[in-house]
Design a binder for this molecule. Structure first.
Ligand SMILES: *Cc1c(COP(=O)(O)O)cnc(C)c1O
Length: 400
């Protein structure tokens, strides 16, 4: 059996170094726990970056994957398959959407949204306004839509037709709208940007602006969707409906799958030949999605997510009281939760995450401003208690 050191050596020799990886090779997982190649256990509050909503290897999802893999793995979208139809039906029943386009990742879901917005809009309208601090993906178009210059550096020229409005400023946003604008794209709560929620009034203002100027409103719910915020989609709590929405991360509880959803009238702009994905809506991935979504929709599940989110954020407020030099408070929605750091805290952000990793607790430092926690939605209050207790120990060491 290979250990962490051997696997790190082999991996570094052959895998492109585009990630700063921790020196651990994960071997197995169950619920909120992961085990690495040295047999060390971790309590995982990152969940594959908000992906494994039902925890690792959820028995029903794993069973579905095995069953479907023995029946049919792939046929292309030249044919219908029932798992794909069933997942699209579920999404439409439980959201504003009437039509679904399946793909394999978040970036691809945003690509589909961007292409749909352009082809649906009258000729000459192509520009998409997004927000500073946003994150929409790493393909050329989605990185161009991302309102953080550091992600563009070295890859210029960026594809044209994207611009960025300062966060929270409706007037500045409206000033950017011109006769070439077709859509406004935003996350209802910025995930990578530092767990920053868009307040209701701001979102309502963006919706009104879209209506006034005939623009499409696109919500990127790749991270916030599928129960993460305590409702199936974050927009339900914010009182604003988009025209197009992208989702991905948690849909298949770890199977690679993304989706772009919209109203029938807008979807009609995509006809045979306009857009496609070979693997999109693959039977195994969509079957996993159906099982995952049915569990998230079970009575009480989402209510529990809201309840545990409040509990978690309260504990982090306690942490801020204990370590005011490091933490100013907490924010988030449901179980996308952040401890907001002070200047000093920010300077120790990476050290805090590393010290937690050493102790067997996984989380990350997001937006260069917050400690971000996106545990599996099945996390227990006891696990949250344990995590915050260890975090307090780490902070006590750093604060001393
Ligand atoms: C993760 C993420 C993406 C990109 O998804 P990939 O699957 O990595 O392509 C886009 N937008 C948001 C809000 C995300 O959190």
């Amino acid at each position: 059996m290979s250990n962490n050191t051997e696997l790190k050596k082999r991996g570094d020799a052959v895998i492109v170094g585009s990630y700063a990886r921790y020196p651990a090779a994960m071997v197995s997982g169950l619920g909120c726990k992961l085990t690495d190649a040295d047999g060390k256990e971790y309590l995982d509050f990152l969940a594959g970056i908000a992906v494994c909503a039902l925890g690792h290897c959820h028995p029903q999802v794993s069973e579905t994957i095995c069953r479907q893999a023995q029946k049919l793995v792939h046929v292309s979208n030249l044919y219908y398959t029932e798992p794909q139809i069933e997942l699209a039906e579920l999404i439409c029943q439980h959201s504003f959407a009437e039509k679904v386009f399946f793909c394999n990742s978040g970036a691809e879901a945003n690509e589909a949204a961007i292409k749909l917005a352009r082809i649906y809009s009258p000729q000459g309208r192509y520009k998409i306004i997004s927000l500073a601090g946003s994150f929409h993906g790493r393909t050329l178009a989605t990185v161009a839509a991302t309102g953080q210059p550091k992600f563009h550096e070295g890859f210029e020229p960026m594809p044209g037709g994207f611009c960025y409005a300062p966060f929270g400023d409706l007037e500045a946003l409206e000033a950017m709208v011109d006769e070439t604008t077709c859509a406004i794209l935003c996350e209802p709560l910025q995930g990578e940007g530092g767990v920053r929620p868009l307040v209701k009034e701001y979102l309502a203002g963006i919706r009104a602006l879209c209506d006034k100027h005939g623009l499409l409103l696109i919500f990127d719910e790749i991270q916030t969707g599928m129960g993460r915020t305590g409702t199936l989609f974050a927009y339900e709590q914010l009182g604003v409906e988009p025209d197009i929405m992208s989702m991905a991360k948690a849909i298949g509880n770890g199977m690679p799958i993304g989706a772009m959803v919209t109203k029938s009238e807008i979807a009609a702009a995509f006809v045979p030949g306009t857009h496609a994905s070979t693997f999109g809506g693959n039977p195994v991935a969509t079957a996993a999605g159906v099982t995952t979504m049915n569990i998230i929709l079970e009575d009480g599940f989402l209510h529990d997510v809201l309840d545990k989110g409040v509990y978690f954020r309260d504990l982090l407020v306690g942490l801020a009281k204990k370590f005011p030099a490091l933490v100013t408070g907490s924010r988030g929605m449901g179980l996308i939760v952040a401890a907001v750091l002070t200047e000093k805290g920010i300077s120790h952000g990476t050290a805090i995450v590393n010290a937690m990793f050493e102790r067997g607790y996984l989380m990350n430092f997001a937006g260069n401003s917050v400690l971000r926690f996106v545990p599996p939605l099945i996390v227990t209050k006891a696990e949250i208690d344990e995590f915050v207790t260890v975090l307090a120990e780490v902070m006590a060491e750093i604060d001393s």
